[in-house]
Write a protein that binds this ligand. Structure first.
Ligand code: ADP
Length: 495
């Protein structure tokens, strides 16, 4: 029987190998160099990514700059309709994209990758509908003068994306940037170049050539030149704190605006009056155990009132134990792999550190027994209890399936513990008392606070952190206006 290309992501991976997408065409790197893309569940090579450098950046940015002029001249709603149409077309590719992302990222298809592919499409549909919100104001400055403001595109946007949720995080940059009349050059993450490339290729059916381009390559040799290019007028970055600092410094040299979505060590407060089962489900979902904890918003610090603590830990252990680790493409699998060997070593070393620091380790679920997965980067989820709040595992972002559970006595103590962090991306509180809920939402130092739920990024809910978690918001109308346009003040003297 012939292989169905939609159901067989390996053939798609091979087809997309060794290519950037510039000016609507799949092209090789100027240097001719590629690097391997692996399936982290097997350690086997599934294809190649084009190794972009400063020369490819120059070509892509040149093309984008040229295309942006005509794109910005189109009526805003026309741009919006095209972006929304991209969303509809992408929706019809959900299965294919879900499988490809599962293959290259190791995220389980049923619990993670297919979901990401469908949310990606939804973001394009959502932003496409916002085009007519690109409006300005009139200002009562002088009766003889007509004074108004307009929203102008910034020009060429550089979008640098990570590997943990590459399609969704690309969508929340690309969709608003395009609707606002900008052209975009994306730099995909080293470990997940293929699904992002495929998304941009699908969008070429709908968009004019050159307004959306994507390069693969390494951070310093491809991402760096993109940030530094003189014609890139805005950078939107999601990644680590350390790289965020580098990007911010390079952008400061050019005095261009940046959006930075960086790390997190998000608290989840479970009060004595919380609904225990809902809180357990919230902890499993919020900690992103099915994504191996590879999320900036992961609820990796779980603070539980002493009255519920022991029951909570027991139930959480049972729930996580029941998750099945295995081949990401298998519909039975709940948990796939860590993205690569480097992260795998990092996560494993944090687990050792946590034990040495004296925390009690609960290592859960079970490694897959299939010999084809023997070289996969699977890590069993770990819950640490009896953790010192100053331990490294309690303070540093691990970006793996490692959660710390703490016991507290008073609400005040919980709030202090929750806010005692360098990060401030997300926080949740679980309680049935309205006053406690409201007080917590007011006092928690985070950009995204939820009560009795733990949702991920949603269209039109501004998403972004404070402190070391970053600068600026994404995914909303506000993000489109503030980060992908500049405000122009116009005065018409009628005397
Ligand atoms: P991680 O360590 O998890 O890969 P990074 O923050 O280094 O996280 O990577 C996020 C994205 O930033 C990736 O696309 C990566 O290639 C890119 N990147 C890394 N270094 C730089 C840099 N110096 N300049 C611009 N982009 C970079």
């Amino acid at each position: 029987m012939p292989i169905d290309p939609i159901l067989d992501p390996s053939s798609l991976a091979r087809e997309l190998s060794g290519r950037h997408l510039i000016n609507g065409e799949l092209v090789a790197s100027q240097s001719g160099k590629n690097f391997d893309v692996l399936n982290p569940a097997t350690g086997k090579v599934i294809g190649q990514a084009a190794d972009g450098d400063v020369q490819d950046v120059a070509i892509a940015v040149g093309v984008a700059k040229k295309a942006q002029k005509d794109w910005a001249e189109r009526p805003a709603r026309e741009r919006g309709k095209l972006v929304a149409e991209c969303g509809r077309v992408l929706m019809s590719h959900t299965e294919e994209l879900g499988r490809l992302i599962a293959l290259e990222s190791g995220k389980a298809l049923r619990t993670e990758s297919r979901v990401e592919a469908s949310v990606l499409a939804d973001m394009f549909v959502f932003f496409g509908g916002l085009a007519s919100e690109l409006k300005g104001e009139t200002v009562p400055f002088n009766p003889n003068m007509m004074t108004l403001t307009t929203r102008e595109p910034v020009g060429v946007v550089g979008a640098i994306i990570p590997w943990n949720v590459p399609l969704l995080l690309m969508a929340i940059k690309v969709a608003p940037a395009l609707v606002a009349g900008n052209a975009v050059v994306v730099k995909s993450a080293e470990d997940t170049p293929l699904a992002a490339l495929r998304v941009c290729q699908i969008m070429q059916e709908t968009l004019p050539k050159g307004v959306l381009n994507i390069l693969s390559g390494f951070g310093p040799s491809c991402g760096g030149p993109l940030v530094e290019h003189k014609d890139v007028k805005k950078v939107s970055f999601t990644g680590s704190v350390e790289t965020g600092r580098t990007v911010y410094k390079a952008a400061a040299e050019k005095l261009i605006p940046v959006t930075l979505e960086l790390g997190g060590k998000s608290p989840m407060i479970v009060m004595h009056d919380a609904d225990l089962d809902k809180a357990i489900a919230g902890a499993v979902g919020g900690m992103r155990f099915t994504r191996q904890g590879q999320s900036c918003t992961a609820s990796s610090r779980i603070l539980v009132h002493e009255k519920l603590h022991d029951a909570f830990v027991k139930k959480l252990i049972d729930k996580v134990n029941a998750l099945k680790m295995g081949d990401p493409l298998d519909e039975e699998t709940d948990i796939g792999t860590i993205i690569n060997r480097k992260q795998f070593d990092k996560v494993r070393s944090y687990i050792d550190i946590g034990e040495k620091e004296g925390a009690t380790k609960h290592e859960l679920s079970a490694l897959p027994t299939d010999s084809a997965l023997a070289d996969g980067t699977f890590v069993r989820p770990v819950i640490f209890t009896n953790v010192d709040p100053n331990a490294r595992v309690a303070r540093e972002e691990i970006f793996g399936p490692v959660a710390c559970v703490f016991k507290f006595k008073t609400f005040e103590e919980a709030l202090e513990l929750a806010n005692d962090s360098d990060f401030g991306l997300a926080a949740t509180v679980w309680t049935t008392d309205l006053k406690t809920a409201l007080t917590a939402t007011k006092r928690l130092e985070a950009g995204f606070v939820q009560v009795n739920q733990n949702l991920v990024v949603q269209p039109n809910l501004s998403y972004g952190g404070i402190k070391l978690s970053g600068l600026g918001k994404e995914a909303s109308l506000e993000s489109m206006l503030e980060h992908f346009t500049y405000k122009k003040t116009i005065i018409l003297n009628m005397e």
